[in-house]
Write a protein that binds this ligand. Structure first.
Ligand code: LM2
Ligand code: CA
Length: 506
């Protein structure tokens, strides 16, 4: 089949995230920087580019030791920019130890199912040494929903009183619905002041509350953390969030968890100035585009979400989305969505936003936490030999995920989609001279002839998808036309610098 080309041209000129790190994904190092000596590999070609790190990962239900090990073994070498870790503060203890205990804070001691303060500190150090920043998930909106209890680190508390930390007047108590509970999400006052799921809502408008929350953030920064994911940001007014952040002593990265449904009384515009935004509309939009075979919609989807590329954190799923009802169009790894590899290819190759991978656990029960040791800490996710333990997915260990991260990092300098053509079941786009991608959602192998900006020559798939041969190759002719057979529900990805490096190494 032949596709007419060149009709649509799209250029999205927003630079990618995130940080520069003098460490090449191909594994050779610059050592020692202090002496200013650069050790070049035997081949001194285009492979030696300072590669930015532009992809982060949310790791869910892992303990600090395992995250540290995974930074060294996988995240660092594969070029990950940062790891978003579970809420590190003391939390409630609930029967059956559900995962969501972590979202009900009891104090800001760094002591949780993931480990002790010292284990946390050591994890941050070890991750940073291999180029991986740590973003902590922080719960600032509320404390627990329990009327009284003792937290994981031994702190006793009552619903609206947390010893020396919070007094009854530290909470909002919105005075609605009989029990201060949040019922009407379309009422701005309730949204910000009432108890979400019954959890005691902090009076984030008060200066002393703001200062104490900022002190918690400062403590994490002192432990070496580089950024925060702000849990339930929608339930704190933008003014109050600003009021908290103004006391924080150091610069840091921030992404706000802002799940907006149509008609809600808060907007991404008012929260945008406070940090990057988790783009939930994107996750749903990608799911719908694949499930409805409307891949052409992927071209306009990012713009339609109303969040600019340089403010958006994009993902296919997170710990909340993977638990949504099956009827929702979330492309989840755990649920073995047939569209997962193609959607992931789009996420990591289309120039929009700061992509976030997700690595959690397999489960069948909504509440189920991961296995605990005899002291109540999460068991290791990786064995001493580095094996991924049950029930952890270790999604990030798939070779093709690593290939795609390498593509994302290596194409950051051309952060625009070039030579875009699309139909319901395919999308073809380039990253200038650096690469080209064909997503093919059709159910039969198909011959594609698509325009590219690549130099003439033979190019092979840079991504080793499972069940596909790694030798699929295509030809680019003198006019830049790429001719290649792409399998059913598969993708063909050319990362041109990688192919140059490979050929000159022979
Ligand atoms: C979030 N973002 O804004 C988190 O991403 C999400 O995972 C959190 O909910 C939520 N906000 C509050 O921080 C999770 C979980 C809930 C769980 C809460 C509190 O999704 O299921 O609620 O944490 O632990 C649980 C029960 C719920 C109960 C509530 C209070 O599932 O049935 O509601 O505790 O007892 C009465
Ligand atoms: Ca609130």
């Amino acid at each position: 089949m032949f596709y007419s080309f060149g009709k649509k041209f799209l250029s999205i000129c927003q630079s990618g995230k995130k940080k520069y790190w003098p460490f090449s994904p191909t594994g050779f190092q610059i050592l020692p920087l202090a002496l200013g000596i650069f050790l070049f590999p035997a081949f001194t070609d285009a492979a030696f580019v300072k590669t930015k790190r532009t992809v982060m990962i949310q790791v869910f239900q892992w303990n600090w030791n395992s995250i540290a090990e995974e930074c060294e073994r996988e995240f660092g070498p594969m070029g990950i920019s940062a790891v978003q870790v579970p809420p590190p503060q003391e939390h409630i203890v609930s029967s059956g130890s559900p995962w969501w205990e972590r979202y009900q804070p009891v104090s800001y001691q760094i002591h949780s199912r993931s480990g002790t303060r010292e284990q946390f500190r050591s994890m941050v150090d070890r991750c940073k040494k291999v180029g991986v920043d740590v973003y902590a998930d922080v719960v600032l909106n509320h404390m627990s929903a329990l009327s009284a209890g003792v937290g994981f680190a031994g702190t006793s508390f009552q619903h609206y009183e947390y010893n020396s930390l919070w007094r009854p007047d530290s909470f909002h108590r919105c005075g609605r619905n009989g029990n201060n509970g949040l019922v009407n999400f379309y009422d701005r006052f309730e949204l910000h002041h009432c108890d979400l799921l019954g959890m005691a809502d902090l009076n984030t408008g008060k200066r002393d509350v703001q200062k104490r929350l900022a002190q918690y953030l400062d403590d994490l920064l002192d432990l070496g953390v580089s950024g925060f994911r702000i849990d339930a940001a929608k339930h704190i007014s933008p003014e109050d969030l600003q009021g908290i952040f103004r006391w924080v002593k150091r610069d840091h990265y921030r992404v706000l968890e802002l799940i907006l449904s149509p008609g809600e009384p808060v907007t991404s515009e008012e929260y945008g100035p406070l940090g990057d935004l988790n783009n939930f509309a994107y996750a749903y939009g990608v799911g719908l585009a694949f499930e409805n075979l409307e891949l052409h919609k992927l071209v306009s989807l990012p713009g339609n979400t109303g969040i600019n590329s340089d403010e958006a954190v994009v993902f296919l799923e997170n710990h909340d989305l993977e638990r949504r009802p099956d009827a929702e169009p979330i492309l989840s790894f755990r649920k073995k969505s047939p569209w997962f590899p193609l959607a992931m290819t789009y996420l990591l190759t289309w120039p929009y936003g700061y992509p976030q991978l997700y690595s959690g656990t397999f489960f069948s029960d909504y509440d189920a936490g991961s296995p605990l040791d005899q002291n109540g800490f999460l068991q290791n996710a990786v064995s001493e030999e580095g094996r991924c333990e049950q029930p952890f997915t270790c999604m990030h260990r798939l070779l093709w995920i690593k290939d795609l991260v390498k593509f994302r990092n290596g194409t950051d300098s051309v952060f625009s989609a070039t030579r875009v053509i699309s139909g319901g079941d395919f999308l073809s786009y380039g990253r200038g001279k650096l690469g080209h991608v064909i997503l093919h959602a059709g159910s039969k192998d198909r011959i594609f002839e698509v325009p590219t900006d690549l130099s003439p020559g033979k190019y092979c798939n840079s991504v080793r998808f499972e069940g596909r041969s790694s030798t699929e190759c295509g030809e680019v002719d003198a006019q830049g036309l790429l001719r290649v057979v792409v399998g059913a529900r598969s993708a063909f990805v050319i990362y041109a610098p990688g192919q140059l490096a490979a050929s000159s190494r022979k």
